[in-house]
Design a protein around this ligand. Structure first.
Ligand code: SF4
Length: 367
């Protein structure tokens, strides 16, 4: 039986100060998020740390990142986030748990979105204070629920086998939404995260069949790089192909760069993000004349950050090199103790491997 899902309504984020304005939901393209991996409290009085943070934000932006979330566990971090937001066009999200006053502190600056888990914020008046602050400031909210923080009654029902964890997750999100609807606040996004692919898919499908609220999708605690990439790819491709998911976050025990690259590759393969640099490369084998792995370690992120719509081939040997990379705008392959550089399958240089990076860069810049 074909399932039907509702078209999500539009939520606007950013647009104040120098922050880029972005839409989530409606017919907007699916945005990519990541989360900052370190504490930021030192930024308040350390300009060098601020500068380094802004540089990494720019690098993530170049890789295709649209939104970055920061943990805000204390007032110093809230002040730091406000300071970062003053200095970047990247829409930033404050991730708040337990203390609603931290959300209010963040709202003093141009933070684009507040993520709260109303279940751990406490009484309704605290949630209301955050909603009213966001309404006044034009800031969006994400209601983030996950299987680890279900309300007591639903957690008990799950334990007693009365409902599934998936149903409990969707029900928890629906309850939180009711509060927001009663407060007549519609600029919010919902996420329901589980650490299994099946639960993530089922809970988001259940929600999207009933509500037109934009969904932030993600598999939580997805694991180290390979495990996390596999889980996220399976869950996201299923949901995105059904039209579910207005913004995505790949969660990895790895760098934010890897999260963004994984997100963009998933969107690319689902046909939801076009353009950019496509890298094709061989796995390498005993025929190699050129170390594909170390070349890609040096070049992958640089290539993916380029504002070019091209295909680049990196092949270990000439046996399959120019042939398999025939359609590539630029390619490099090993050839005995030399390397060749080719464009659209035509060899344009035969060089010593030690000169590979320099010649490759020259040819790349000429595209
Ligand atoms: S291109 Fe050459 S080195 Fe790479 S996997 Fe194929 S045969 Fe092996």
């Amino acid at each position: 039986m074909n399932k039907t899902f509702l078209q999500p309504r539009l939520v606007k984020i950013g647009g104040s100060g120098i922050t880029k304005s972005l839409s989530i939901g409606g017919t907007s393209s699916v945005s990519i998020q990541t989360m900052w991996k370190d504490g930021i409290d030192n930024i308040v009085d350390d300009d060098k740390a601020l500068h380094e943070t802004l540089k990494q934000i720019n690098d993530l932006q170049a890789l295709g990142c649209d939104i970055i979330r920061f943990a805000v566990p204390d007032t110093k971090s809230a002040k730091a986030l406000v300071k970062i937001a003053q200095n970047t066009s990247m829409p930033l999200v404050a991730d708040i748990h337990f203390d609603y006053r931290l959300a209010l502190e963040c709202l003093k600056g141009n933070v684009a979105k507040i993520r709260i888990n109303p279940g751990n914020i406490g009484s309704r008046d605290k949630v209301e204070a955050v909603v009213n602050g966001c309404r006044e400031k034009g800031t969006a909210i994400r209601i983030g629920v996950n299987t680890g923080s279900l309300p007591k009654d639903l957690a008990e029902k799950v334990e007693n086998g009365i409902i599934s964890r998936t149903e409990a997750l969707a029900e928890t999100a629906a309850r939180e939404c009711e509060v927001f609807e009663e407060l007549k606040f519609d600029q919010y996004v919902v996420s329901m995260k589980a650490s299994s692919v099946e639960e993530t898919v089922l809970s988001n499908e259940a929600f999207a069949s009933k509500y037109n609220i934009p969904l932030h999708i993600g598999v939580t605690e997805a694991g180290p790089l390979i495990t996390g990439v596999v889980k996220s790819t399976l869950a996201f491709s299923k949901l995105l192909n059904e039209g579910i998911g207005s913004t995505i976050r790949v969660s990895l025990s790895s760098s934010p760069e890897n999260e963004v690259i994984t997100g963009r590759e998933i969107l690319h393969e689902c046909g939801l993000r076009k353009g950019g640099v496509t890298i094709i490369s061989c796995p390498r084998c005993g025929r190699l004349g050129f170390d594909v792995h170390s070349f890609l370690d040096r070049w992958q992120n640089r290539l993916l950050a380029m504002d070019k719509d091209i295909t680049v081939a990196v092949m270990g040997c000439i046996v399959n090199g120019p042939g398999e990379g025939k359609h590539a705008d630029l390619g490099i392959a090993g050839a005995g103790d030399k390397a060749i550089i080719f464009k659209k399958g035509k060899i344009i240089h035969t060089i010593n491997a030690k000169d590979a990076d320099i010649i490759f860069e020259q040819e790349l810049n000429s595209l």
